[in-house]
Design a protein around this ligand. Sequence first.
Ligand code: 6R9
Length: 653
Amino acid sequence: MSETSQATEARTFSPPEQLAAHANVGPEIYDEAAADRLAFWAKAARRLTWTQEWDEVLDWSNPPFAKWFAGGKLNVAYNCVDRHVEDGHGDQVAYHWEGEPGDTRTITYAQLKDEVCKAANALTELGVRAGDRVAIYMPMIPEAVIAMLACARIGAVHMVVFGGFSADALASRLDDSGAVLVITADGGYRRGAPSALKPAVDDAVGRSSGVRNVLVVKRTEQDVEWTEGRDLWWDDVVGRQSTEHEPESFDAEHPLYIMYTSGTTAKPKGILHTSGGYLTQVSFTHWASFDLKADDDVFWTAADVGWVTGHSYIVYGPLSNRATSVMYEGTPETPHRGRWFELIQKYGVTILYTAPTVIRTFMKWGEDIPAGFDLTTLRVLGSVGEPINPEAWLWYHKNIGGGRCPIVDTWWQTETGGHMINPLPGVTTLVPGSAQAPFPGISAKVVDDEGNELGDDSTGLLVITDPWPSMLRTIWGDDQRYVDTYWSRFAEKGFYFAGDGAKKDADGNIWLLGRVDDVMNVSGHRISTTEVESSLVAHPAVAEAAVVGASDPTTGQGIVAFVILRGSAEQQGEGASGDDLVQTLRNHVARDIGPIAKPRQIMVVQELPKTRSGKIMRRLLRDIAENRELGDVTTLTDSSVMNMIKEKLPAAP
Ligand code: 6R9
């Protein structure tokens, strides 16, 4: 593979003529939004069905606590399901679901409505009330979506935890959110075998005081432990409910969900999203960014619902727009490396949205695999989760998009709820590798450390300068941390600090450069260095640990850990069994946090570089992990430490 640097990539791609001619939005949308931002978002909000009109589009009287569409009332689930059935589209497929073993389910909007109503009645019977938190820890099966919508329908706040996370991760989230119910499954299929979910739930719920019931979907039929009185089968409780359920209207600012994301400290942040503004932006961006045509398209976000991308672009965006979606349970290589392409061919997928890490994996596997399938139905491609390097962009464009599909590279975050910076497929001349321009109605800037806007051809920090409808409203239970984390860096200017570095090229296109704080991005998953460090230090052999994200050709960043062993373990680390210990530690982290957090490499060292205030200088360790000349070491307490570390290390890959 040749290196294609961002600076040297010069090819651009104008919108396909046919697509541009019939696109949902044309170039005028930028002027319209610029002329009156709030009127623009109000118009987007009117695409939804409200039972009561709002009094004010934006109430920003108490920044950074925003209220969008205050006074307005709606039901999010009604907007995603019922209104399409009432409009005569009950027979339209909402999801073509495909299990990893090849079993399938086709769910129409009418069927989805019945299932959501039954689940809403079941939750009510279990005593769940508006405002209560419900944890969802599920494989990628339709019940995950049904459970989310059932919560939304009754005003309960869902909190989806990615099924790959450990019992510990689940336990801390149950605790922090104060969940009263956990909805899970016996297991799911992953890489050709059933993997269990229930044991982690039993472990986590055993440590939590607030969870009253565990509702279990039968998916794999594997044996599960059962706690009488607490555990209930989904089929028993939901199965017998009525398909009638009257949706109640909730305030636009009623909480919709909490999604936890890693920060710079070990404690994950519960990002809170509310109803009206969130659905407005997610629905509108889904329609405009992908040029979604409800009657014709087959839309596929190939991601997990346990990631914000799944919330916004598998569930709320597509359903609010009456899209027909594909939902797939498993991994791309099961039972063979052409599985995704087979699904595109089978369902006639027209829009595919996925992450660069998957594209880079497909590149590694070779272009012969996609070439063996009919992918000609595709017309728009999307990318999300990390910067897509121009080489991967061009490969995606040629080998999956057949050279004819625009690629929409969408920059956004759990915190932003929906797309923020991306090209529009019928409007923008694409620059491979760049997310290009703020979405209409979004005000993003690249600034220097003082918050001064930078001109073209410069590098700085990404900020959002005005509130947007699907912005997070706070960190669950911690307003101060919300202020400190996002709004204190540029407090005087009132900017939202995204935590990403960004560059503006000579033409004003925005290029995202990754996290500037200590959050790593591994295959699109955000993992904090502190989280992994805490896990390592929890192992009896480890005295101290420092973790950095080093650039990795496949996963974006790879986790590299530097550990100082405890006295008793030191000899092991030096001796022949050192490799064993390193393996043990890698597995320990995988078990503790989840497989995604397993360090790529662990190096045993004598010392770690620290500042006078005791902070580990990860920047220097990153230099080592990426085999670079060391940067500035003047703030180290002891600059000889770096030489010591370098001497002891094998050459980094
Ligand atoms: C949606 C999502 C957010 C962080 C974000 C940034 C990185 C996401 C990106 C991108 C460059 C893109 N990121 N999309 N970087 N180009 N198109 O990924 O949310 O999991 O919260 O991660 O991911 O660093 O700050 P989340």
